[in-house]
Design a protein around this ligand. Sequence first.
Ligand SMILES: NC(=O)c1ccc[n+]([C@@H]2O[C@H](COP(=O)([O-])OP(=O)(O)OC[C@H]3O[C@@H](n4cnc5c(N)ncnc54)[C@H](OP(=O)(O)O)[C@@H]3O)[C@@H](O)[C@H]2O)c1
Length: 195
Amino acid sequence: MLITTIGSGHVGGTLARLWTAGGYEVRVADRQNCAQAVADADVVALCVPWSAAEVALGSCGDLAGKILIDCTNPLSAGLDGLVLGTTTSAAEQIQRWYPNAQIVKAFNSIGAALLGKGEIDGRTADGYFCSDSATAKQVVRPLVTAAGLRPVDVGPLRNARYLEAIAMLWIDLAVNQKRGETFAFTLAGWSGTLS
Ligand SMILES: NC(=O)c1ccc[n+]([C@@H]2O[C@H](COP(=O)([O-])OP(=O)(O)OC[C@H]3O[C@@H](n4cnc5c(N)ncnc54)[C@H](OP(=O)(O)O)[C@@H]3O)[C@@H](O)[C@H]2O)c1
């Protein structure tokens, strides 16, 4: 399985390093080589600012059939809110742009610096993900584990609108309220068993 990250910044660079360490074949796409780096990838992780998402994806060529992990948050320029939400999400917008790709929302609700850092207060931080594709979830679950997180499947892709709101809360606490960037969300008492 070949994974391509679009973006090599805090999120893309960190995920590429952790997945490589976990034994996955990983390629990193930059602005110049997206189409080439994505062409034969099975999994593509979108790790660019939301404002660049449409252009970056548009430079990637055909995404039909690929698993596309959306790590973005649709943040306003001042980090004081989301530019879309409540009735939709960045992930759902991407699914509308690319109806034949399998979109998974993941890695958006934890600070990149905490990826691969191990336990926080004796607990593994949660890696929330959602998708309408059961097959894509099966592929992404071990990638969440390889990033040092406890995989928590929160359901269909529409729940990305809530994962993006959770991320906004994290940003507001960590950055705007200056509470530090060393905390992460975890669900207490989560069994993970589907009824
Ligand atoms: N930082 C976090 O803790 C964190 C956590 C969770 C989710 N997120 C979300 O993850 C996304 C990435 O955040 P980040 O902190 O990793 O950003 P970052 O450090 O600024 O990195 C952004 C990357 O995107 C690349 N890029 C921008 N436009 C591009 C284009 N058109 N084509 C290809 N690559 C392009 C940049 O390349 P250049 O160097 O050429 O500009 C850079 O490698 C954002 O949507 C953010 O909201 C961030």
